[in-house]
Design a protein around this ligand. Sequence first.
Ligand code: GLN
Length: 297
Amino acid sequence: MTIREVLINIRERLQNAGIEDFEYESWAFLDWKLHINRAEFYMNPNGEVKEELLAELESVLKQREQRVPLQYLMGECEFMGYDFYVDERVLIPRQDTECLVELAVEDIRNIKTQNRCESNNTADRKNEQKVKVLDLCTGSGCIGISVAKLCPDTEVTLADISEGALSVAKKNAQNLDAGVTLIKGNLFENIEGRFDYILSNPPYIPSEVIEGLMPEVKEHEPRLALDGEADGLSFYREIINEAPDYLNPDGRIYFEIGAEQGEDLTHLMNERGFSEVKVHKDLAGLDRIVTGIYSRK
Ligand code: GLN
């Protein structure tokens, strides 16, 4: 078979399987399994493809036709410019979540600069406390690990209830050489001490909405990572309620939220005594992040 025939075949099969981005993905398969990128293809579209490469391609293509997400098949997903390992034990990191990391990193850097300006003697500087960050429902670890990489003056803890997710997060921390602490437990269950930042992208999809999602999500991503119970807000309620016991003075929360949840979250956080509660939009202009500060009275 020629490379062109293979490409046409992949494209047709992906399209027939109902995959929206079949055009982009067919090039991705060609690159990944035949090691031929777009430019190389146009140099030699009629080159012959080796039998053993075709067999390898066939095995992953079959799984993709069953709507296994490409990222799980490749075992990789890019997030904030880092390559994260992923498999079916964790949610695939989303671009929307990068907004949360960007906001938090900017804020952490500002705070560090302010502290530095305030303490102008060297002894103070040496004793400078690291900023303590907790990533709750860490999954692949994408939020906490990116923060640890981008803000070296932080001490990051990753927590998740799922043993499988923690193994993935651990692997990612090792691959990306990020020094983080991993804790297994239900939300704050085994967490000790206080933090300057709690970052979280908890499960927030209302249970009945999950059934209507695309097969990649509803059949292959972990339900535990998606399901926010009846109204989608159950994890936020629990985290917001307990967070004051785990935050330092002026500690901050950064949540990713569903596009419809901004108002509810603002209400929940104000009610619990958070101040400066703000809703931030993602690149598509949808409400995506909520932040707030807990100042003890
Ligand atoms: N923190 C991970 C992410 O943002 C996992 C989130 C989750 O499993 N709900 O992708």
